[in-house]
Design a protein around this ligand. Structure first.
Ligand SMILES: NC(=O)c1ccc[n+]([C@@H]2O[C@H](COP(=O)([O-])OP(=O)(O)OC[C@H]3O[C@@H](n4cnc5c(N)ncnc54)[C@H](OP(=O)(O)O)[C@@H]3O)[C@@H](O)[C@H]2O)c1
Length: 332
């Protein structure tokens, strides 16, 4: 079977032949049909991620067919997508000390065959292609936990999703719409705000303009009930100001760096909650896929590359015009 190997930091991925893996107790062997990238994969190639071990097979997002499952043979032949959270543990509030993310140090989804625990399998919704299913796992799970498990968004609430060009942000928009919320977005690009409006957003503002927070305040004088942010940086202070009474701000990234100094008075008077979140459990992954199935949500796929052109796909993830997920068709 073919595998994309990262031999060392800042080296291109190399396609190599490797023997098929053997499932251990409680595992299934999956024939990966499609994979997708996240920023994590890029940070690993650049040596900017904790605990990097090379050689590595990257990829936390994957979909495929169960080839072998000695402990639960009823799975064999099923089309599945894979939960990227390994060893989450029993506590829904946070992950265990043994927690890891699929794809470094474990073999990730840019291999034609991998083994994963049976608890990480979920049947692929029938309305999705393998490519669409592969676009979901890490970004979908992170957005779901932030929006639903943490911020507990309700129908009719006003939601702001920052940096809508991000893979996770698009899922937060789609899930919030499915739940019946009204959603606004921020972006560096008018074209991306317009794309978000075609998906169902009510509008947005360019975070590159000085008065972006005031523009959003004018649209929502009572403030936002829920804000989903992965940028951090100076703009975080404005986000806190445009939260409404009882607002919840869930965050899981720091793309734009440190938060500014924030007056405690902005937080306690409005009784807002600032909620830190990371990834999610296999249970949350199942709930997220059920929502996708029920509402026939189609992930936004920016582009699809073959395994042979996998290095170009990593470049596409970094392109400023990208909107949605960059995927790899492992059958080509
Ligand atoms: N903790 C976790 O579990 C977890 C999981 C997934 C991701 N993350 C982190 O979350 C972040 C986003 O991940 P991703 O995969 O969605 O990355 P991504 O697809 O590369 O998205 C990054 C987006 O951030 C937006 N952005 C950049 N600077 C911004 C600013 N100053 N204000 C608002 N938005 C800004 C941009 O939006 P526009 O293109 O619209 O300008 C950009 O497209 C990364 O830092 C990633 O490491 C964490």
């Amino acid at each position: 079977m073919r595998t994309a190997i990262l031999e060392g930091i800042k080296q291109p991925l190399q396609i190599q032949e490797q023997p098929s893996p053997k499932p251990q107790n409680g595992e299934a062997r999956i024939g990966i049909q499609a994979a997708a990238w996240n920023k994590r994969d890029y940070w690993i190639t650049q040596g900017k991620y904790p605990g990097i071990q090379t050689p590595a097979v990257l990829g936390s997002d994957g979909a495929g067919i169960v080839l072998e499952c000695p402990d639960a043979p009823q799975w064999v032949g099923k089309e599945v997508l894979l939960c990227p959270s390994l060893n989450w543990g029993n506590n829904p509030r946070f992950q265990s000390m043994q927690y890891s993310i699929l794809g470094m140090p474990s073999v990730g989804t840019t291999a034609e065959e991998i083994c994963v625990p049976i608890e990480n399998l979920v049947e692929k919704p029938a309305h999705l292609s393998q490519i669409e299913a592969a676009a979901i796992p890490l970004a979908g799970l992170t957005a779901w936990r932030a929006l639903v498990s943490k911020a507990n968004v309700r129908s009719g609430e006003r939601v702001l999703v920052t940096g809508i060009g991000g893979g996770t942000a698009v899922f937060a928009l789609q899930f919030a719409l499915a739940i019946g919320a009204d959603v606004w977005v921020t972006s560096s690009s008018t074209a991306k705000i317009e794309r978000a409006i075609t998906v169902g957003a009510k509008g947005g503002a360019l975070y590159t303009e000085d008065n972006w927070a005031k523009q959003l305040q004018r649209l929502n004088p009572r403030g936002f009930d829920v804000i989903i942010d992965s940028a951090g940086g100076d703009g975080f202070g404005d986000l806190v100001r445009i939260l409404g009474m009882g607002g919840r701000l869930a965050f899981f990234g720091g793309t734009a760096g440190k938060w500014p100094q924030i007056l405690p008075q902005y937080l306690f008077f409005k009784q807002v909650s600032i909620l830190a979140t990371t990834m999610g459990s296999p249970q949350e992954f199942q709930e997220m896929v059920q929502c996708i199935d029920k509402h026939h949500i189609k992930p936004v796929v920016d582009s699809t590359f073959s395994l042979e052109t996998i290095n170009n796909s990593m470049q596409r993830m970094l392109h400023p015009e990208r909107f949605g997920k960059v995927t790899i068709d492992m059958r080509n």
